[in-house]
Every structure is written in C-alpha cells, then in structure tokens.
Design a protein around this ligand. Structure first.
Ligand code: M6R
Length: 590
C-alpha cells in the first residue's frame, strides 16, 4: 500500500506534494515524508511518524521545483521516523510502494561490504542499488535496479544535480499527470485531482523519466512506448464532514444514495455485462474483507435466482490454490478501490485461465477495471473512512442486479422499482433506530458474537468485521446453528450475542440459538424486521426493529444496523472510527 506522489515544475514542489499526500492518506497513515530537490540540485528530506499533517511545519523552508513524497502503511519495519520514507543513499533518494520480496538477499550484498542501513524497511536497499548503479544516467540506474527486484513496486527516484524524477512500476499502480511546464506522478488518481488535464497509467515493468517539459515512457526492455492518455477526471474527495463528527457516520447516511445511484447506473452496462457472462455455467465471486462478505451474498443471489453453481472466495486464497476454471466460468471480482492486490491478481489469474472477469467496483479507472472484460459500477461515491459502509451496500445492490439480470436475461422495470424502494427504507432506519444501549453493551463486553442463518449469516460476518475494525472489541460471526458446536463454551455474562433474523422461515431456528445463549447467562440482542420475533424477545434481551425489505433485499437494511452498532461502539470507547489503528483503506500489497 502506501501513497506516493511526485511533482516537477515551476510551483513550490513540497507544497504540491503535501497536498497530494493528504489525499492519499487512505492508503496508509503510519508515517509520511517528502524529499525536495532545490534549484542548486541539493536534496532535503523531512519525515515523521504519524499523519501527513505533521509535515506541514517541516516543509515551510523547503524551496525547490521537484519533490517526491510518501504516506506509509508499514509492511517491513515498525512505524517510526527512521522507517518513514523517503530513503536516501549517496546522491539518490526514493519513495516506494509495494514489497521487495528479495530485499534480505539484496541487503546482504551491502552489509557484507559494511554499508550502514538506517531503517528496517525493505525499501532502503532500492536506494542503495540505484546509487550503486548510477553512472550519470538516473533512468538507466533505475532500470538496472528493477531488473534484480522481486515483488511489487511503484518507485520514484530523484538524484542530486538531476532535474528529473525517474519512475518504475510493477504490480503497484503508477499514474502520470501531464501539465504545462510541469508534470506529475502518483500512486493513485485522487492525488492528481484538479492538477493537470490529462493522465495515463503505466503498465507493469514500465519506466518513465519525468522532467518539467516532458514525460518519456519506456517498456521493460527500455524501448520508448506510449501509453493511452485520458482526461483527468479525478475528483478530490470532498473532505467536508457536512456537520457529522466522523466520515463513518456521514458515509453511513450516504448508504441510501449509494444504493440509488448504483441501481440507476446498472441498465447502461447491463447489455455488455450479459454479453461477457453469456454461456457461463459457473460463477465465482471474489473479494477481500467486506467485499468478500458482499461476495457471499452475491453467491446466494446467483444460486437462488439463476440456480447456477456459485462460489464465493477470498481473493488471497483463490489466487494460490490452483483454481479450477474453464472458459465457461464467470468471475465477479468485487473491490471498492479496484486496487486491492489480492483481488487484482486473483482476477488476472482467472482471466489468464480463460474465465470472463467482471469487475464490480467503485473505481472506474482502477487496475481491476483495466484487466477485466467488463465493469459493473458501484456508485458509492468516495469513501474516506477506512471501514467500508456505503460501498458494501452498493456492492450488494450491484450483485443483486447482476444475478437477476443473469437469471432473466435482463432487468425489468418492476425489478428496478423494487430496488428503488430500498434507499427510503434505509433512510427510515438511519433516522429511527437507536442502537446506543446495544453499542454500549458491546463496548463493555469481552466479546461479541454476530449470528444468523443464510443471508443473515453473511451480514453477521460483516457486522463482526466492522465492530472489531473500528472498536477493537473482539468479535466473531457465526452461522446460528454452529454456536452449539463450540462457541457456546465462550458464552457468559461478559459476552453479547447479536442475532440477525430477517428470514421468517429461518427465524425459528435462529431463535433457538438465542434461547441457548440466554439460558447460559449470556447477553443477547435481536435485530429483526418481524414484529412476531420482536415480541418473542422483548423484555428478555435488547431488540432492534428494522424496516421490512423482503428476504433478498434485507441485507441492504440489516447492514445499516450492524454498521451503526460498530460506529457507536467505537465512539463510546473513544476510538477513531475513520482511521483505525494498523489499517489502511486501500490494500495494495499482499
Ligand atoms: O478496496 P477493496 O474493496 O478491495 O478492499 C477490501 C478490504 O480491504 C476492505 O473491504 C476492508 O475489509 C474494509 N476496510 C472493511 O471495512
């Protein structure tokens, strides 16, 4: 992961890069740093553990027209000033996003020669190598260096006395921005929003040499190549909290708009989507974290609506298991960012084995979109909070439409209008439900178990992930029937079991699990859309009533409840729900 950005031109480079880094903080916020090349050709570096804002006072006296910067999510080496990027060696200074898998053996060559390393990172060795390979040509030194690297990298390098930025890319994204008398490079589009009119994406193994006046791109054999330019439509996410105390709460209130916009966008892509998946006899849905939980729901939609075998897998497992794929397999790769390394590589693998790949993503120009046959948009808008809220409900809505369209050869007005009712129900839920006492109960507990059956179980997994992610309260999601096969041993007065019951037929069975929890002295809560179920448990445990959206669309409504509980619990415990410890929004490394 990590966000990186470079600028060269007539403006104050450090200020420009700082602004870009602020917009890339969703990629990591363990530390940040900037290196500036001044007009005399000297490089100055500032870096600090913590958020990008800490650099603001440090760059005040840094003048210069070229700079590279980095915001870090630590992979190798703990978060501290010393491990913060940029890293320097001799005349060279670099920033790196990715993982150098053979760093230890490369590093040994230098330590054997008594070279000192100043960090515990895998990246510092890259600076050493470029410096060693430098013979008056920065691009050639970078080229020689990447030839021996294994792993993933988006690299930017500057050199004392050389008015240029050299860039290299393998598996991690690099976007170049074309300006007038100035040019840009960044790991992701938001950094370049409003900065230049055209951008392009580098391909794997590409290198580029960026000066004030030009950008030259080379392929992995150092042959000049051109990459397709596109208008720079990147918009910087509005950082306005709109009166909300946190982005998580703001984005939770944007769930209705996310569903509405995703539904409105689908008819336009329905034809190309159906063309891509025509003849599929098996569906595989892939994703990580929350996107995987959306995949679990999508799997059930395909099975129920189209009666076609469907599997949901985490991308990280799928890509290493030698999967069985035929040309009649359709893979739906789900990702908010479209940049998650495991999902991109899993989709690439599926495609190379002959599957048709459908990207279900919020990011139209992401790596995932570029390697997929077709893209189904999730119109959640920008999601700043690390915890996914509105993107999850957008993904579920998109998958519902994909499965229905596949089953029926298209989407009818009637089906669309069913979905169009859901945003209003979510809005009602957001305004009416009070999860305060349940969230407080969770905050005071030793552990929270979310349980449910079928679709409710998939939402239970998401509720559990959300709660642990933002509140750090230990939590697990279970199929309700599994409780008695082990987890019941953990139930005591310090635990809370939250049962989701949105399927009338299965509620009886799930009720049994709640009874078992209560009879063993555990605390319990029931979230349901049924008055009958609510009456059964009222006065015996905490009950939250949600609007009825029908069995298949209920996850869109029940998700709002579990997301609200997680948010409130985090707030009670004084956590920052928008930037939980140890995490990043976009996970671009393995
Ligand atoms: O960008 P992606 O949807 O591919 O991200 C996948 C996961 O990293 C993400 O959903 C993560 O689990 C969320 N932070 C959970 O709230």
């Amino acid at each position: 992961m990590c966000g990186i950005m470079g600028y060269i031109g007539g403006k104050n480079a450090a200020e420009n890069v700082l602004e870009g880094l602020k917009r890339l903080e969703y990629r990591g916020y363990d530390s940040a740093g900037i290196a500036v090349l001044d007009n005399k050709g000297t490089i100055s570096v500032v870096k600090r553990q913590g958020r990008v804002i800490k650099l603001e006072p440090l760059i005040k006296n840094l003048q210069g027209g070229a700079a590279i910067g980095h915001t870090r999510w630590a992979t190798h080496g703990r978060p501290c000033d010393g491990n913060a990027h940029p890293h320097s060696a001799g005349r060279i200074t670099i920033v790196h996003n990715g993982i150098i898998e053979n760093y230890a053996e490369l590093k040994k060559q230098f330590t054997d020669e008594d070279e000192t390393f100043f960090s515990e990172t895998d990246s510092e060795v890259v600076a050493k190598l470029i410096n060693k390979n430098y013979n008056g040509n920065l691009l050639c030194a970078l080229y020689k260096t990447v030839c021996v690297l294994k792993g993933s990298y988006a690299l930017m390098a500057i050199c004392e006395g050389v008015d240029a930025i050299a860039v290299a890319k393998c598996k991690s994204s690099v976007i170049l921005g074309f300006g007038s008398g100035e040019n840009y490079c960044a790991s992701d589009e938001p950094a370049l929003a409003g900065k230049c009119s055209e951008i392009c994406s580098l391909e794997d193994y590409d290198l580029a040499l960026i000066t004030r006046k030009s950008i030259q791109i080379f392929d992995g054999n150092l042959n000049p190549v051109s990459r397709t330019k596109r208008p720079n439509t990147a918009v910087s996410a509005s950082l306005d909290l709109n009166g909300y105390p946190h982005y998580m709460l703001k984005e939770l209130h944007e769930v209705p708009a996310s569903i509405k916009n995703t539904v409105s966008a689908f008819p336009e892509v329905c034809g190309s989507y159906l063309k891509a998946v025509a003849g599929a006899d098996r569906i595989i849905l892939l994703g990580c974290g929350t996107a995987y939980h959306a995949a679990l729901i999508g799997k059930r939609y395909f099975e129920c609506f189209a009666r076609i075998p469907a599997e949901a897998e985490t991308s990280g497992e799928f890509r290493y298991k030698n999967p069985v794929i035929t040309k009649n397999t359709a893979v739906l790769a789900i990702s908010q960012s479209g940049e998650t390394a495991d999902t991109v590589e899993a989709a690439r693998l599926a495609s190379s084995l002959g599957a048709k790949v459908v990207a279900v993503t919020n990011a139209p120009y992401s790596r995932l979109t570029r390697i997929s046959d077709v893209s189904v948009p999730v119109e959640a808008g920008s999601e700043i909070c690390v915890a996914a809220t509105k993107s999850y409900t957008g993904q579920v809505a998109a998958l519902y439409l994909c499965a229905l369209a596949f089953a029926n050869g298209g989407i009818s007005e009637k089906e669309l209008s069913e979905l169009e009712k859901i945003p209003k129900l979510c809005k009602t839920a957001l305004n009416d439900i009070n999860v305060d006492s349940l969230a407080q109960m969770c905050a005071q507990s030793h552990g929270v178990y979310f349980i449910g059956k079928d679709l409710d179980y998939a939402v239970a997994l998401e509720g559990s992930l959300k709660l642990k992610e933002v509140s750090y309260v230990p939590s697990e999601g279970y199929p309700a029937g599994e409780l008695k096969h082990g987890t019941l041993a953990l139930i005591d007065g310090n635990t809370v079991s939250v049962a989701l019951m949105f399927d009338e037929k299965l509620s009886e069975k799930c009720s049994n699990a709640v009874e078992q929890v209560l009879s063993r002295g555990g605390k319990a809560a029931v979230i349901t859309d049924s008055e009958t179920i609510a009456n059964k448990f009222r006065n015996r445990c905490s009950v939250i009533i949600m609007p009825n959206a029908g069995k298949y669309l209920s996850p869109l409504v029940s998700a709002v409840a579990v997301q609200a509980i997680a948010y409130k619990c985090a707030v009670f415990l004084g956590r920052d729900p928008d930037k939980p410890r140890n995490l990043a929004k976009s996970v671009t490394v393995e």
